[in-house]
Design a protein around this ligand. Structure first.
Ligand code: PMP
Length: 328
């Protein structure tokens, strides 16, 4: 190769985007679908399993889609105004970080309430983007954070809560973007999608949109075995952050799904670690849960020759202080 050979094709890299972006919020979506050749070989799979890598979003998780979509939808409805409205959301997870970048980029103040004990990395990321973080007593859990957010909402003139668990813009953005990206990138050759259920927005939006393309596409949710409420069990503590909220949210339409599979924390972590080790893709714990469920399906004879897409919501590094890294 010579220095004058300036094509990325030599390296097998992605093509240039052919545009510049006016705002960081325009960079959301368009995440890649990637094969897992070494895991597939080790498992002797005949089905094709692909991961949709949502950590390619600007702030590193699937939540960048809803953070942006909920704010844009409320602006369009005239409910919120940049420079005036204060956004308030109870969240200890990726949604806060996503709302923070959108709030900074579009000119809103953001208050995030979360139980004390949420990781220091998250709190600092929020503060870096100028969000206000209000910690609530750990013993009250998420209920305490929700109660405090409601108090702030009532005390503050022109405050608005995106409320990811009860906002139609959540499943809608996955129907309009995540699902269509899967359809286009596989050239319509997708048979199954597996997605962890937190708010249920990802699984619901993908299911409702893909089934309009082809009715026989199957979409499965995934919930923690330790808190399998969608399978009739009691809610319980578990370590798969982002999924298994312990109730059935309005943003989850179970009727649109072909079923909800259960994966234990131990299985999720084992799958996430193996994905990093064998294929060089360090995913988060809930990604490990979706991947484990997808591999279980792929090993069944009835899925021979099928294409199964597992949604990988986030990157391993966001879980440095969790059991994902135990002993490392
Ligand atoms: N995994 C992670 C890491 C998440 O942050 C989320 C979003 N809470 C999910 C999975 C589940 O996505 P959804 O809320 O769309 O069901």
């Amino acid at each position: 190769m010579t220095a004058s050979d300036l094509s990325g094709e030599t390296y097998g890299f992605a093509a240039p985007r052919g545009r510049v972006y006016d705002s960081i919020t325009n960079v959301v979506g368009g995440t890649p679908l990637v094969a897992i050749p070494h895991q597939s070989e080790e498992d002797e799979l005949t089905a094709r399993v692909l991961l949709k890598l949502e950590f390619f979003n600007p702030l590193g998780s699937v939540k960048d889609r809803i953070g942006t979509a909920m704010v844009l939808a409320a602006e369009k409805e005239g409910r919120i105004t940049p420079g005036r409205t204060v956004l308030v959301e109870p969240t200890s997870g990726n949604t806060g970080i996503s709302l923070a970048f959108v709030a900074a980029a579009r000119g809103y103040r953001l208050v995030v309430t979360m139980p004390e004990g949420a990781s220091i990395e998250r709190r600092r990321m929020l503060r870096l983007m100028d969000a206000q973080v209000e910690l609530t007593p750990a013993r009250m859990g998420m209920a305490g954070a929700i109660a405090r957010a409601n108090e702030i909402l009532n005390e503050t003139p022109d405050a608005w809560m995106p409320d990811q668990f009860d906002n139609d813009a959540n499943p809608a953005v996955h129907a309009a973007t995540t699902a269509q990206e899967i359809w286009v990138d596989t050239a319509g050759k997708v048979d199954v999608v597996v997605a962890g259920v937190g708010t249920g927005g990802t699984a619901t939006g993908i299911a409702e949109a893909l089934k309009k393309h082809r009715k026989d596409i199957q979409v499965f949710g995934v919930e923690p075995a330790e808190s399998a409420i969608l399978n009739g069990d009691e809610p319980g503590p578990h370590g798969i952050q982002g999924i298994g909220p312990g109730f059935c949210p309005a943003t989850l339409h179970t009727k649109s799904l072909n079923g909800v599979l259960t994966v234990s924390e131990r299985e999720a972590i084992a799958a996430a670690r193996r994905c990093a080790r064998l294929d060089g893709i360090p995913v988060g714990i809930s990604s490990g849960a979706a991947l484990h469920a997808a591999l279980q399906l792929a090993k069944k004879p009835e899925y021979a020759g099928k294409t199964i897409v597992a949604i990988a919501p986030s990157f391993a590094e966001r879980y440095l202080s969790t059991s994902l890294f135990n002993g490392l």
